[in-house]
Design a protein around this ligand. Sequence first.
Ligand code: CA
Ligand code: CA
Length: 503
Amino acid sequence: MKKFLCLLLLCTLLLSSFPARADNYRNWYEVFVYSYKDSDGDGIGDLKGLIEKLPYIEDMGYNGLWLMPVMASPSYHKYDVTDYCSIDPQYGTMEDMRALVEDCHRRDIKIIIDLPVNHTSTRHPWFLDAVYSIQKRTYDSPYLEYYCFTQQPEANHVQVNGAKWYYEEQFAGGNMPDLNLDSEKLYSEIESILAFWLEDVGVDGFRLDAVTSFYAKNTTKNVEFLNKLKASCEKIKPGSFLVGEVWAGIGTIAEYYQSGIDSFFLFPASQAEGYVARATRGRSPAKSYVQDLTNLYETLPGVLLAPFIGNHDTGRAVGSLQGRSLPARAKFGETLLNLIGGAVFTYYGEEIGMVGSGDDPNKRLAMYWSEGDMTQQPPGVTQIEYHFPCAEEQLKDENSILNYCRALNHLKLKVPSIARGKTEFVYSDSNLCVMKKTWENETCYAVLNFSSSKTYEYTLNVPSLTLAGILDASEEKASAVIGETAAAVTLPPFAAVFFTVSE
Ligand SMILES: [Ca+2]
Ligand SMILES: [Ca+2]
């Protein structure tokens, strides 16, 4: 109880320190550079390749970019860093990175990068130096305190070769020793790393990896450390965006929001059992969506949510939504995801319905640009399958998943209350739901049919409506007849019709 009160007090102190910024309510796009676009013929995706694809990203209506780690690392995934102020040579140079940032900013695309500070690579010079001083029994490395070395090992500890010393490693077998985040000397290194990327390179923020492992099983200390990181970033570059990975339920995520960092990925909305997938199947799909979101908004009032369906660690969205045989379901799921509001994240390839599950590399397949234009697959892939056509083909097909996602993104850019608005459910039954979103002077209504087979008529009794957009997930077309005091809407399966209220 005392611990809880301390946390509550800390939270109250922290909460008001960093104002939420409307600018981060963007259409964020997560890119695994390795698999995205190779520019130099070595088969591995790189920053120059990503720059080549910025016009595509911009045209799709994505205006935020999260890059999985780009720093030097011995692994293909690069979550084990050997130099925090570098670009992995596989991806290019720091000049390429600066060019990417500049090009993004010219297009009003914000760019954040993955920052894995829970651990480094075992090949990081800090770790090598520390271990060497243990092995030669001088114990004089200045980097000993950067890691969690001990002679009394507990769980998640690995023995140093040739010595009765152990180091903490929360991600067992990954060659990723945990950093000692209590070290002030290490923290000043971290501050320099933050400053390097935010000030010198000019990125707009960070995705914080493995937040719950900073201090294993210690939310209070994790929240404190996040607050410290946020304060450092605010000092270096006010308004920089931080989004954290807390793979947990909303109760735990709520505790982490008390740190004052901008956002946390909304895991409860993701994957096959998340809010979105549940709302595309079952007997009362609309009811399940309304219940989940009502509970969500009550538990996390007024925060910047970061919903997603899939990412590099999960099965891809099409699988979660059972949209392989019914792409309408996958499309409608994207609308339900975006209607949650906040900083919505889409994993590269979801916009063309790429599939992949099981071993990690299967979830990180090469982006399918066109026949014959393919970056090589990451090592360890056991299943290579592309269920829907390539991006080039989908761009030409107005009914493709790609063009659905594109229309949805652009609708959101046109109607900012969809991402930013306060949500009310003005009507719902088993299959229908009407959401009202209000933000500043804008009011928007979304009329949704969750049924996979039935068409419904619905009358929205609101005066002065303007049609903002129609998203047809199925082959049938939705329609709306607008009168002075109401709109009559025809909704085929998985249809979504959007209105705004005229001044
Ligand atoms: Ca390359
Ligand atoms: Ca840790």
